[in-house]
Design a protein around this ligand. Sequence first.
Ligand SMILES: N[C@H](CCC[C@H](N)C(=O)O)C(=O)O
Length: 279
Amino acid sequence: MKFTKMHGAGNDYVYVNCFEEQIENPAEIAIKVSNRNFGIGSDGLILIMPSDKADVRMRMFNSDGSESEMCGNGIRCVAKYSYDHGIVTKKEITAETGAGILTLQLFTGSDNKVNRVRVNMGKPRLTKVEIPMLGDPQDGQTVNQPLNILHTTFNITTVSMGNPHCVIFVDDVESFQVEKYGPLIENHDLFPRRTNVEFVQIISRTEVRQRTWERGAGETLACGTGASAVCVAGALNGLTDKKILNHLSGGDLELEWSEDGFLYMTGPATEVFSGEITL
Ligand SMILES: N[C@H](CCC[C@H](N)C(=O)O)C(=O)O
């Protein structure tokens, strides 16, 4: 199988060009190639596919083999690959994802290769049914609600960007035990399809620092849908403005929850190397 290794702010995936390759068992391949000792090493597998609804289609699989509806860092790299390798020739393209058809603006460097992408991530979904999460649908949005984990009470705000996110604001994110609490919340009964978990320290009304425990992948260096959810959660809680700079462990993302209701994410996309692997 031919592949290209790419990352968005350190959130790294193995990409397969399915305009040229056919992948029969993506979940199994995701587990195998993601292994950082016995495989290629990545946070998961992303397929770049033809679409009859958009310029390209993305399917995304976490390192545990589970498929997600959307991947923010991944879709920027899909756009980069598609332009750099001639699948698309325009600098504004559409991509079919599990979260709907998204519009992306591509920015190139002096080498005419894409290095930054601005994604219209769509509108955040805020009802319990849309997250999805248990609870009375009549209760409306989940903003700053208590959740007890191991005798500690966390105040959670839940947002879907097509995939579920549970956002928790903490005083000191660097010292926070992400690996202790992340999996307990990811797999909590409250979330029938599990959830991604974002731990966020407010730096100012326009700047935050985020660490992420991802559904199906563990702690990653960045999470684009998670950063989008954090932008929404910060505004809903009155802690941030609707346009923020998010410092993730692997790099920075710019987020804006615009007046039109759409969430815009802007960030880097980097190609590391290409190769071939016998599975
Ligand atoms: N683990 C996520 C998918 C990857 C999201 C993240 N890598 C991003 O950049 O949005 C989930 O199962 O919903």
